[in-house]
Design a binder for this molecule. Sequence first.
Ligand SMILES: Nc1ncnc2c1ncn2[C@@H]1O[C@H](COP(=O)(O)OP(=O)(O)OP(=O)(O)O)[C@@H](O)[C@H]1O
Ligand SMILES: [Mg+2]
Length: 701
Amino acid sequence: MADVLERARRSAPVRDAREALEPLLDELMRSLGFERAAVLLYDDDRAALAGGFGVGVPDAIVRELVIPFALPDDPIVAVLRGGLAARIRDATTDERISPATREILARASLGPVVAAPLRSTTDLRATGQDGKSGAATPGWEHHGQWAGVVLLSRAAGVTQSDVDALVPFARQAEEALSLQRDVEVLRETSEAHAIEKEWLWWMVNGVGDAVLVTDSNNDMVLQNRRAELLFRASDEDSAGKRRAVWMNNFLFTAALSTWNLERAGATTSREVTLVDPIEGDELIYEVITTPATNFRVGMRGTVSVLKNVTDIRHIGEELARGRQRLQSAEEEIRIERDRLDLVLRNVPNPIIVVDNDNHIMSMNPAAERLFKPASATARASHTALANDARFTSFLAGLRLDPAMSKRGEIALADPRSDDRLEMEVSATEIRDARGAVMAIVSVMQDIGRLRELERRRLEQVLFDSEKLAATGRLAASIAHEINNPLEAVQNALYLLQKELGAEANNRQYLDIASRETQRMSRILRQMLGFYRQQEAMAETDLNALVEEAGGLVAKRLRERGVQIANQLDPVLPRIRASADQLKQVLLNLLLNAADSMPKGGTITVATQAGAGAETEVFGRDAVQIQVRDTGAGIPDELIAQIFEPFFSTKPGKGTGLGLWVSQGIVQSHGGTMRVRSRVGRGTTFMITLPVQGPQSDVRAV
Ligand SMILES: Nc1ncnc2c1ncn2[C@@H]1O[C@H](COP(=O)(O)OP(=O)(O)OP(=O)(O)O)[C@@H](O)[C@H]1O
Ligand SMILES: [Mg+2]
């Protein structure tokens, strides 16, 4: 912009001077009889009087004239300095004028001349610019003081009266120049303003943000294109857009007025939510407001710049949510890890994790006691080292096994006591996503202790069996002794009942005697059934036995609304057992089950190969029989007593020997009998029997 103005400034003086002076000069020359004139103007840049234009003299020659202002003797310069017109008898020969200038004056035929000063007194600052901003364009200040000299010549020569005649001209010229200058300055100023305004327009609209100016009533005075998109609508726009624009004006004005209340006058930054007039979405704007004063009209207002921060806010919120999610995930992981840590710390089994090169990655405290004892005496650390070596070679051996999960036994020593530890190790490979082994987790179990428990249990079983066998033998011999006379009594009673008939006197006493002898014989039968010679042991098909026992009672049970459902394992191995005794056990269980279901129900008898939950006890092959009913169940407080002899909840009807005898039979086969019951739901009896029959050392006889 400065360039444009500068160019305007440079060409202005000559043009303006000619416009202002030419009519005056013409008239002057005509009235005073001058033939030629040349106008020289003071050129600030060159510090010289420079030729401007000529009348009766070609401009080209006039413009060659440059008379430095520094020449003190030059009469033309003296005219300008002194402000008084002067006569030069012959300028082409006057010694005070430089030869170069004289030569030009000669070519211009300016010999005898009258030189008159030209001055404009107009002060630019008083007209074109306001007091404040004028300082920003210092070059303009000289414009107000135009100065120059006009040379008027007549071939016939000039006189003092010519000089006097020029006095009014000088004043007239001054006025003309000033007037012209004023017009010119105004023109230039408004031109410069227009140019400046053009640039300002580009500047304001080039901004990507909405910019607007509001007055002290918060009414919008000016807005740039961006702001217009938000705040201005015409009648051609859709109703939606007009509503949005109305909303925006309302929201923004409301926001401005609330902010104004608190504002301290400085630049502030707030947020306001507006509506996108095109899309209808919510837009969040950061509003930077700056108070402004228009000195020209003395009004206060506000400049607001609205930055669209919707995306930034959304990204920010998304980031915050992401961080929140990460934090809670991290927290969960930490809790999970702590929990896992707690579990590992408290598991009594030693657990060791090794990497693919068998380097220990981590171990729990139980494992540390074996491999890294805290109180490491020389002896203890030696034992620990030996453990480590054994475990490593054990793992190396396991690696040859292709299975993912492997089991094996290893003998270690307790570093504290040097006690021998028989450990069963379950090693499981942990693989990464590509199937490569990352680690092996080994869990150890002290099976030495388990074996010891099992040994003690077997001792107890043996002891119990022997006691049982002794009791059994005694009971059986008593039963045998009583059985024969009892049969004789029963026969006698039978004959008597027949002979006396149903109506006989005191017949009821006979019936009581008969019933009680029957009961006695039932007891004896149970006892005798229990004590059978072990010679009766043979390969027995349990499934067939189950069906046979069921068949024996099926009719009786059906009458009571009880069904039997068998679930028999088709590949059940035959076992060595006494078929008669086991049949008695099954019958006892079936009848008990039926008794528990007075309103009917279902008895399920299932057979299964394997020892089930009792694998620990039956290291060898075993089979299982389950008898389940849907009956009344057994209360917890009675469970402990049901296997006792003569315990019965069926007064007058039960002997209370059924379960006692049955358990005795099962134990004499080397098996176990357990019960599980829930009142109101039903009862399950579980019998586990070894396939090989009783071991010789626990044989009951
Ligand atoms: N399946 C069962 N459901 C509910 N209670 C049972 C069941 N089996 C046994 N009992 C309870 O155990 C007690 C003892 O049973 P046990 O077979 O030894 O004698 P009993 O059945 O009473 O008499 P007996 O067998 O001589 O007829 C029963 O009286 C009964 O209370
Ligand atoms: Mg019974």
